[in-house]
Design a protein around this ligand. Structure first.
Ligand code: ZN
Length: 203
């Protein structure tokens, strides 16, 4: 399976990193070795001194698709999770300055903690779902899927212009503002609406 991750999909987050607001979606891929499941601890890697959290809604794709039009894209998923796109901001900054790919900063082992998936049947509107991240019990990021610059269905249309999506692929849909560093000992909890979905520590 592959993990497709979207960058700069919330205006406030693009601005906080001094990035332009994109005119079309930006995506990159992560390997499945980045996933961290079952609330396993995240081990702070020794190659970075500036690991940032980015909380994101994750969509599980459940059909094979290529050139999927926005209006049909809702047929390609029925479950969501919440995930963290851990980013080694110090390494990413160097990559950006040199115009290099940023995999070293995003795709390392454990960079993508993820919750269990829940059915979208629970929700009235996929484009109106609240989610948030707390670090040590304090809210650090709060978002709603309606704030996405490109909605889930538009993301699927864009990505499938270039690559086939397959059953079981994941789509990380971008992070709202409020990203920040973690440190060893922090406890991260992430919620979809009022349901606690993720709860793990940094070691
Ligand atoms: Zn991200």
């Amino acid at each position: 399976m592959k993990i497709i991750a979207i960058g700069r999909n919330y205006i406030d987050h693009a601005k906080e990193l001094n990035n332009p607001v994109p005119k079309e979606p930006i995506f990159f891929l992560m390997p499945d070795s980045s996933l961290l499941r079952n609330n396993q601890p995240f081990f702070y890697p020794d190659f970075s001194n500036d690991i940032h959290f980015e909380v994101e809604i994750v969509v599980k794709l459940n059909r094979l698709g290529k050139n999927v039009a926005t209006k049909f894209a809702n047929r390609y998923y029925n479950e969501i999770a919440v995930g963290i796109d851990f980013t080694a901001r110090d390494l990413q900054q160097k990559c950006k300055e040199k115009g290099l790919p940023w995999e070293v900063s995003k795709c390392f082992d454990g960079a993508a903690p993820i919750s269990n998936f829940i059915s979208l049947d629970k929700f009235q509107d996929v484009n109106n779902i609240n989610f948030r991240l707390e670090v040590n019990g304090e809210i650090v990021q709060k978002g709603n899927t309606k704030e996405m610059i490109f909605k889930i269905d538009e993301l699927i249309e864009h990505v499938t212009k270039y690559m086939t999506i397959k059953i079981g692929d994941y789509l990380f849909t971008g992070t709202p503002s409020g990203v920040g560093p973690v440190k060893i000992g922090d406890r991260l909890t992430a919620y979809i609406e009022e349901e606690k979905m993720l709860d793990f520590v940094v070691k």
